[in-house]
Design a protein around this ligand. Structure first.
Ligand SMILES: Cc1cc2nc3c(=O)[nH]c(=O)nc-3n(C[C@H](O)[C@H](O)[C@H](O)COP(=O)(O)O)c2cc1C
Length: 286
């Protein structure tokens, strides 16, 4: 099981020592044009997790390729580039530009705002990217879709090599004076409250699509990571936990060894055998 960071949750150039603990560094989503993102405050802690409305702030494709990617390569950590856009061509063009850039994989952020997440649209984007690159393509989906397993099946048929599950869920919180905590109003909820939703999404998508999955959503410990493995995740990504604990990748890796021993499995790859799928169970008559 590889331990990655979740896109947007680590600035590897500002914190290279954290990035070097990872088995792969996933960039913040890159869009064709630079984006300043939403007005502040755009991050807030709530009693139920973190809310963010960063708004995909990023330097844009050209500056990313010219200035950021060469510096990220110097870290010596396998690189995953998270690609965003507003139509299939946006995504496909960036995928084509990443050939020969020393990138290990591409994560397609199919769950960013302004991108229609209907099964057709996600599949269309993946198909366009598939034609543009031979690099491994991971489709990052949102559990907000009424049937995320159907989307998983559609992107698998369109040529995705793997799935990243899940992105933040749209949410809202008030401050003490009943004003929205975020300037933009709503934002994406992340952290431990996402974990049960993510575990379910990983389970049903694993059953539906059978693709390698990077599981994420509220992972804070080795035990959490093992739970994702039981649901069918091959790898995991750490997001919100990195804001509080920069040593989380090394700590989670250590704890995972102990969690496997506790569960009676040799390694996380064997943990799937412990699964009792809720979807399969449901089909068994009472
Ligand atoms: C501050 C912040 C910025 C994020 N930016 C991105 C992004 O640019 N692209 C993306 O695909 N996901 C982004 N995410 C979502 C995370 O990658 C991850 O899917 C989500 O936070 C769930 O994991 P967690 O609960 O461990 O944080 C962001 C999350 C946070 C908290």
């Amino acid at each position: 099981m590889r331990i990655l960071n979740a896109s947007g949750c680590l600035d590897a150039l500002a914190a290279p020592d954290v990035a070097r603990q990872l088995d792969g560094f996933v960039t913040k989503t890159v869009t064709p044009l630079p984006r300043e993102g939403s007005a502040p405050p755009r991050i807030a802690e709530t009693a139920h997790g973190m809310l963010n409305a960063i708004g995909l702030a990023n330097p844009g494709r050209e500056r990313f390729l010219a200035e950021y990617l060469p510096r990220l390569r110097e870290l010596g950590v396998p690189l995953w580039v998270s690609v965003g856009g507003f139509c299939a061509e946006d995504y496909a063009e960036m995928c084509a530009r990443l050939a020969d850039e020393g990138v290990e994989a591409i994560e397609l952020n199919l769950s960013c705002p302004n991108v229609d997440e209907a099964a057709d649209s996600a599949a269309e984007i993946v198909a366009a990217c598939r034609r543009a690159t031979a690099l491994p393509l991971y489709a990052k989906l949102s559990a907000a879709h009424p049937d995320v397993a159907e989307v998983a099946r559609a992107v698998a048929a369109a040529g995705a090599d793997g799935l990243s599950l899940i992105n933040t869920l749209r949410a809202f919180a008030f401050d003490r004076r009943l004003r929205p905590v975020l300037a933009r109003g709503s934002g994406g909820l992340s952290g431990p409250s996402l974990k049960p939703i993510a575990l379910h999404a990983v389970t049903v998508c694993h059953e539906a699509a059978g693709l390698p999955i990077v599981g994420m959503g509220g992972i804070e410990s080795g035990r959490d990571a093992l739970e994702f493995a039981v649901c069918g995740a091959r790898d995991v990504a750490l997001g919100t936990v990195l804001f509080a604990d920069p040593s989380a990748p090394a700590r989670v890796r250590e704890e995972l060894v102990a969690a496997c021993a506790d569960a009676g499995v040799v390694n996380p790859e064997d943990a799937r055998s412990l699964a009792k799928s809720p979807e399969t169970e449901r089909k068994v008559p009472a």
